[in-house]
Design a protein around this ligand. Structure first.
Ligand code: FES
Length: 70
């Protein structure tokens, strides 16, 4: 889905940046993709997608160590 219409940014674009570039803050997201730099209507949704992507990364990182400890 589109998160930022002003800059044609989708939720997949944000998730990809979190996975591949280690983006972890709205500041980095703004610098990389331009979200929330024009009209600003996307800020809340972009933050939500960012937080979800970071939570997914944490869950992915958590599972291998749990498996090794078992
Ligand atoms: S919708 Fe993202 S800056 Fe306008």
């Amino acid at each position: 889905m589109y998160v930022c219409l002003c800059h044609n940014v989708t939720d997949n674009d944000i998730r990809h940046l979190v996975r591949t570039e280690g983006v972890s803050s709205m500041r980095e997201l703004r610098n990389q993709l331009g979200v929330a730099t024009q009209c600003g209507k996307c800020a809340q949704c972009a933050r939500q997608v960012l937080n979800e992507a970071l939570a997914d990364m944490s869950a992915d990182a958590c599972c291998p160590s749990m498996m090794a400890a078992a």
